[in-house]
Design a protein around this ligand. Structure first.
Ligand SMILES: N[C@@H](CCC[C@H](N)C(=O)O)C(=O)O
Length: 271
């Protein structure tokens, strides 16, 4: 089959975006992995699918698949920013603010005049069963989880504070934490370096993708964990390797994320 797509990126987290309002979406895991493959396909961290919605008050349905394993996941923050840029640029809506349904939430995405996008990422979830997370029976039973904050931003996250993200063992500790039985659906592992109460640096080893240049939900999770731990004020600028994200959280409701979203190119691939 011939598939039209758009390659996009948000802070260096890159996507293949498929308009399934104009062509049926019928790709299986092998085809999704091929799209994600940087040598044999297009190459991306995630595949994003834009579907029409008939639900009142919901403009589109937003589906996300990890590029390395083809698995469908619940949330992608950088992808959410690219989503609204895509539906505007392709003429699928004239709205500056769209509401989209993911597999487990409704998100509000707002395009700003400067081209950046502000996303209402929804509230964080700390209840272990809803992450899902099975904590060690006794503190210290699993040394890898000492000093790790666990929460959900719609998808599961583990957050560690490090002295310097450049020397943090992201490539070795990330996959080890990710594979722990404590995370029955896997986990995204964030390494955050606190610079001051309003600034941080981050690297994230993502579930189903490995280390990416930025992870929107991972950055939100790190800031939420840091606010709860007393490291940060309510608004934090976080430098990822691929770009800068601003995260705001008042300690109770939704987390808000602002950052860039850009189109790289349009293409067609034979699958
Ligand atoms: N890059 C994303 C997160 C994508 C999903 C994640 N790998 C998972 O499996 O939960 C972001 O910007 O949030």
């Amino acid at each position: 089959m011939q598939l039209s797509f758009t390659k996009m990126q948000g802070a260096g987290n890159d996507f293949v975006v498929i308009d399934a309002t104009r062509q049926p979406f019928e790709l299986g895991p092998a085809q999704l992995r091929r799209l994600g493959d940087r040598r044999f396909g297009v190459g991306c961290d995630q595949v994003l699918v834009v579907e029409a919605s008939t639900e009142p008050g919901i403009d589109f349905r937003y589906r996300i698949f990890n590029g390395a394993d083809g698995a469908e996941v619940e949330h992608c923050g950088n992808g959410a920013r690219c989503f609204v840029r895509f539906v505007r640029d392709k003429g699928l809506t004239e709205k500056d603010v769209v509401r989209v349904r993911t597999v487990n939430a409704v998100l509000t995405l707002a395009l700003a005049a400067d081209g950046r996008v502000r996303v209402d990422m929804g509230p964080p979830v700390f209840e272990a069963a809803r992450v899902p997370y099975v904590p060690p029976a006794l503190p210290g039973d699993e040394p890898l989880l000492n000093d790790v904050a666990v929460l959900s931003m719609g998808n599961p996250h583990a957050v560690l504070r490090v002295v310097d993200v450049d020397t943090a063992p992201v490539e070795t500790l990330g996959p080890r934490i990710q594979a722990l039985p404590a995370f029955p659906q896997g986990v995204n592992v964030g390494f955050v370096q606190v610079l001051d109460r309003g600034h941080a640096r981050i690297r994230v080893y993502e579930r189903g993708a490995g280390e990416t240049l930025a992870c929107g939900t991972g950055t939100c999770a790190a800031v939420v964990a840091g606010i709860r731990a007393g490291w940060f004020d309510a608004a934090v600028e976080v430098q990822a390797r691929g770009g800068l994200l601003r995260i705001e959280w008042d300690g109770q409701g939704s987390v808000f994320m602002t950052g860039p979203a850009e189109t790289v190119f349009d293409g067609v691939i034979q699958l």
